[in-house]
Design a protein around this ligand. Structure first.
Ligand code: LRH
Ligand code: MN
Ligand code: MN
Length: 387
């Protein structure tokens, strides 16, 4: 099988948002290793993200995390992004690195702490108004470690109340996207553990509230593509945070651990009308602890593109016929034929036809950018996950 003209033009619809924090140093709770040339501030992170887009044509926007990416002038940062050929995208709030939030943020029993967390989201909305961002993405570390520690029900009610106040501030063309995660840093329960809770909370808010699905936030063995299908069916899939996991929330390169799962997810996105649909934002949420960060992100967007090309290759008419005939093996063969097709040469040709390098990894290596940042960024403090 090879890519048809239809598939080639559909590939042009792909846009993957990069996380600014992928360009800062990160690590585990055991150690954060420094990497030569790592960005020292949000401007340098945006410059690095622009390199990914320059070599792949796949990553036109960069997500910010506040306060990690707090700057004096967001207009200047937006201008810097545009000068480098990209734009600023989703604004991520952060209520997980402040002592006040030890026992919760928007779910906290103390109204002062809840208001502080709500005010932080108001600040994020102010940033969105300056950057022209559409999405406010909320992930909460709120939860408890021990049974009985707090009333799960009261926390759910406080969550609903706080989200309502944040939602009321969201502008006409803006959206609130609520991310779920079943564990960590809380270990007994989290207040938004699953897509169902995120769905219930966002459905109560209104039609500008959506669910964010982070692929690393599920228990092992979870059928993530089923969740994708269901959220699309309900019109509530707002965005993805793509990454790979082997064990916990590993934030490894998307498609590295399980390319077949990524293919299955993208297939459901396409079938559900989410592909090329601005309502469903494709984002990465990754950290590159050991590998170089810019090529790590280049590899990631290429992996998403490869999975997309394969998913677009599925012969849906043959699949439908086999499914109607209950021909299990024929249906599975149609599905697997697409997954097992090597699309790499076709994608290289596609890139060349659009004035992009056939091999973006090699082109980045040959560009000299890595040597330049390693030589230039010697003073100052490298940005990190949390700074
Ligand atoms: C939480 C999470 C969330 C945060 C990001 C840094 O695990 O996935 O999206 O904003 O990591
Ligand atoms: Mn995430
Ligand atoms: Mn995560």
């Amino acid at each position: 099988m090879s890519l048809t003209d239809r598939i080639r033009s559909e590939l042009a619809l792909q846009a993957i948002e990069l996380p600014s924090w992928a360009f800062g140093n990160s690590g585990t709770r055991f150690r954060v290793f420094g990497t030569p040339g790592t960005a020292r501030d949000p401007f340098e992170k945006v410059s690095d993200a622009a390199q990914v887009h320059k070599h792949t044509g796949l990553a036109p926007t960069v997500a910010l995390h506040i306060p990690w990416d707090r700057v004096e002038s967001y207009a200047d940062l937006a201008k810097h992004a545009e000068d480098n050929g990209v734009r600023l995208g989703t604004i991520n709030s952060n209520t997980f690195q402040d002592d006040d939030y030890k026992f919760g943020s928007v779910t906290h029993s103390d109204p002062r702490i809840r208001q502080k967390a709500i005010d932080h989201h108001f600040e994020c909305i102010d940033v969105m108004n300056e950057t022209g961002s559409r999405d406010l993405k909320i992930w909460l570390a709120d939860g408890t470690n021990y049974p009985g520690q707090d009333s799960m029900r009261a926390r759910q009610d406080r969550l609903a109340d706080s989200l309502q106040k944040i939602y009321e501030r969201i502008g006409e063309g803006q959206r609130l996207v609520l991310e779920y995660k079943f564990f960590e840093p809380a270990f007994y329960h989290t207040d938004v553990p699953d897509w169902g809770t995120s769905y219930v909370q966002t459905a109560a808010l209104g039609e500008r509230a959506f669910v964010c699905l982070d692929t690393g936030h599920h228990a092992p063995g979870t059928n993530i593509e089923f969740i994708v299908m269901q959220l699309l069916r309900l019109g509530k899939l707002g965005s993805f945070d793509f990454n790979s996991r082997f064990y916990a929330d590993d934030d490894l390169i998307v498609g590295a651990a399980d390319p077949f799962q990524l293919f299955r997810i993208v297939f459901e996105v396409i079938q559900g009308g989410g592909y090329g649909n601005p309502e469903v934002a494709f984002m990465l949420d990754q950290c590159h602890n050991l590998e170089a960060k810019i090529p790590g992100q280049i590899r990631s967007v290429l992996n998403v593109q490869e999975a997309t090309a394969k998913a677009l290759l599925v012969d849906v008419e043959a699949l439908d016929a086999a499914q109607r005939a209950n021909d299990v093996l024929a249906a599975n063969t149609v599905f697997m034929d697409a997954f097992n097709t090597d699309v790499r040469a076709d994608l290289a040709a596609w890139r060349e036809s659009r004035g992009l390098p056939a091999d973006p990894m090699a082109a980045y290596k040959a560009s000299g950018y890595q040597e330049k940042i390693e030589a230039d960024r010697v003073g100052g403090t490298q940005a990190g996950w949390g700074a």
